[in-house]
Design a protein around this ligand. Structure first.
Ligand SMILES: [Zn+2]
Length: 246
């Protein structure tokens, strides 16, 4: 299973990093997880034909995770897509996503490709609730060969541990260092140390960190160090546009 990150920033973008958005793909399934920035450009730049995308997962309706949805649909429509696209999310987020599309009258475009709005589960995609400030879903993506879990935005949460048991890789938010845990947890976020603790408890081999606060540039080493102090496996700060095999 291939994993390509297009952005790993938290709510505030930086000069070199977009909001969290990434692709999970293999021969069976091609799924974009959350949608920020310029999604069609991201896919093209990564050498992925945007028309091969099977599904988009929206973890929640906070701006930084959903704002580029109209642009994705508009681009695919202009490119004359004829393959259906599944949009998978929890019921609350699906409604917000439809409202966002309605702002641009996108769903009534002539010859618009079929959009299937799917609640929580589709084939190898399975959503589960996590602990954030609006209805938010973690994501499990499974194929016959591999399995990846994504925490989305969350404070430490048992559903992630249950979902990640037996999988090789966990993608977990690590907004900042442990000294900010009080503020982070009350806002529905986690530290690098807590991401490491989740990876250890779940028994995964690899931990990818994302959703960094803007001070991340100064704190990156400490976030990684704190994750490693809690988790003996591999801790990865994703390099954007690099394809990781999981
Ligand atoms: Zn959020």
């Amino acid at each position: 299973m291939k994993l390509i990150f297009f952005g790993t920033s938290g709510g505030i973008q930086t000069k070199t990093n977009a909001n969290v958005c990434f692709l999970v793909a293999d021969e069976e399934l091609s799924v974009l997880i959350d949608v920020s920035g310029n999604p069609v450009q991201y896919l093209e730049r990564a050498g992925v034909d945007p028309q091969t995308l099977d599904a988009l997962v929206l973890t929640h309706s906070h701006t930084d995770h959903i704002y580029a949805l109209p642009s994705l649909i508009h681009n695919l429509w202009l490119m004359k897509r004829d393959k259906p696209l599944s949009i998978v999310s929890n019921p609350f987020t699906l409604e917000r996503a439809k409202e966002l599309c309605a702002c641009f009258s996108l769903l009534s475009k002539e010859n618009l490709f079929q959009i299937d709005w799917i609640r929580d589960t589709l084939g190898g995609i399975e959503l589960f609730p996590v602990a954030h400030s609006t209805p938010t879903s973690g994501v499990k993506i499974s194929s016959s060969r591999s399995c990846i879990i994504y925490s989305s935005d969350t404070s430490p949460c048992k559903t992630i541990i249950s979902a990640a048991k037996g999988s090789k890789a966990l993608i977990h938010e690590a907004s900042n260092t442990s000294e900010f845990e009080g503020r982070l947890n009350s806002a529905g976020h986690s530290s690098g140390r807590q991401a490491g603790a989740a990876a250890k408890e779940a028994g995964v081999k690899k931990l990818f960190l994302c959703h960094f606060d803007p001070q991340y540039a100064q704190n990156q080493d400490k976030i990684v160090r704190e994750s490693k102090s809690a988790f003996a496996g591999e801790v990865i700060i994703p390099e954007l546009f690099r394809a990781y095999e999981v």
